[in-house]
Write a protein that binds this ligand. Structure first.
Ligand SMILES: Nc1ncnc2c1ncn2[C@@H]1O[C@H](COP(=O)(O)OP(=O)(O)OP(=O)(O)O)[C@@H](O)[C@H]1O
Ligand SMILES: [Mg+2]
Length: 255
């Protein structure tokens, strides 16, 4: 353990900046994720959410700042090493191996923990049940609907047996009933002992699922709190709707 105080957050992001040339995609971001929580990361398109995930999961090196998992600094470690430590992410652009079955796609994740094919395939079956893909196990991944592919992406990540799962817009592109169906899947993942950090635009799901939410706008964390607190914060309303929007909305409500 290193000196982060008496109660280091499960995941601690401290002053992370990521530049791409002249563009500051993430700008001095600091946030905590409590162990056992479902924490949301929201913000307008291009705010830097996926980039922040990429830094946390080791796909991008930060220009500045550090990332700590359970009090241990993990900044700049490679994705594979972080996966072994229990950190898994899903990708916003879902790209399953189209020629493989659903079972085999999930097994790809399970191979992190075993070299035995039979064990990986058995693990895949267990994970499929957790995300509601049992019926689809023997289908080619290419045959899945968008909602099915999102479940497969979660399953592949879960098969690595993470303690921290980063979900990047797993509800995007789903219809309202598909969203309602996935909410309990995420709740069950947390109940099984996995801490969840989720990027999400579907606010209904954020309100239902998240204990706490961090809001990123133009690379900066502009608000953190409960879902109800952040949606009521004027700076959050303005980040989504433009400067003066909070006042205009209040005016409309008062009229
Ligand atoms: N590899 C890269 N090289 C250059 N610029 C990048 C790279 N990755 C992201 N960016 C830029 O960084 C900014 C933040 O992008 P990012 O994908 O992190 O946003 P986001 O919050 O995930 O957006 P969305 O909600 O649309 O997914 C954008 O301006 C994007 O174009
Ligand atoms: Mg993104």
């Amino acid at each position: 353990m290193t000196g982060t105080g008496p109660d280091p957050a499960f995941l601690a992001v401290r002053g992370v900046t990521k530049r791409f040339g002249g563009l500051v995609a993430v700008d001095d971001a600091t946030l905590d994720v409590a162990e056992g929580s479902i924490t949301g990361l929201i913000g307008p398109n291009g705010a830097g959410k996926t980039t922040l995930f990429a830094v946390v999961a080791g796909f991008e090196k930060p220009t500045a700042g550090i990332v700590m998992l359970e009090g241990e600094e993990i900044t700049g470690r490679r994705p594979h090493d972080l996966a072994r430590m229990g950190l898994a992410r899903t990708f916003q652009i879902v790209q399953p191996f189209a020629g493989l079955s659903v079972r085999e796609n999930i097994a790809v994740g399970a191979f992190l923990r075993t070299a035995k094919r039979a064990e990986a395939l058995a693990a895949a079956e267990e994970v499929a049940a957790r995300v509601g893909l049992t019926e689809q196990l023997d289908k080619p991944a290419a045959a899945l609907t968008v909602a099915g592919r999102k479940r497969l992406e979660v399953a592949r990540a879960l098969a690595t047996r993470p303690k921290l799962l980063l979900l990047d817009e797993v509800l995007a592109g789903l219809n309202p009933s598909e969203v309602r169906d996935i909410v309990p899947v995420v709740q069950a993942i947390r109940a099984s002992g996995v801490t969840v950090l989720m990027i999400e635009h579907v606010m209904q799901a954020v309100m239902n699922l998240c204990d706490r939410v961090h809001v990123l706008a133009q690379g900066r964390i502009i608000a953190s709190g409960t879902p109800a607190e952040v949606v009521a914060a004027p700076e959050v309303v303005e980040a989504y709707l433009g400067k003066g929007a909070a006042r205009r909305l209040q005016g409309a409500a008062d009229a």
